[in-house]
Design a protein around this ligand. Structure first.
Ligand code: ZN
Length: 107
């Protein structure tokens, strides 16, 4: 079953955005991305604090992948599962708009 992982509400758009854990293609790193406002972070953003604003293109120029459950746990950021059907369309739309390749893991 497909799932997306989130580290919580987006500090930019608050309750309407979820910060989603993504893997950076071509590296072992993770990034944290809100598909509602399109802001990306290198580390999970502290609540209600705007410490860093990045675009996905800066942090993952070669694209992103949706982590597996194991990988999400491995990221060490204690993510929660969010509704795939609800969030994936936002994510896909944003990535297409920004011309960022997306890899989907089919387990
Ligand atoms: Zn946001």
């Amino acid at each position: 079953m497909k799932a997306l992982y989130s580290v919580g509400d987006c500090p930019v758009c608050a309750d309407s955005g979820a910060v989603i854990v993504l893997k950076v293609i071509g590296s072992d790193r993770f990034i944290f991305y809100c598909p509602t406002c399109g802001v990306a972070w290198r580390t999970p953003p502290p609540e209600r604090t705007l410490n860093e604003i990045n675009s996905l293109k800066d942090l993952a120029p070669d694209g992103v992948a949706i982590p597996t459950a194991y990988e999400a746990l491995e990221s060490g950021c204690d993510p929660v599962t969010i509704e795939f059907e609800e969030w994936f369309p936002h994510l896909e739309f944003r990535l297409q708009e920004a011309n960022i390749p997306l890899n989907i893991n089919d387990e």
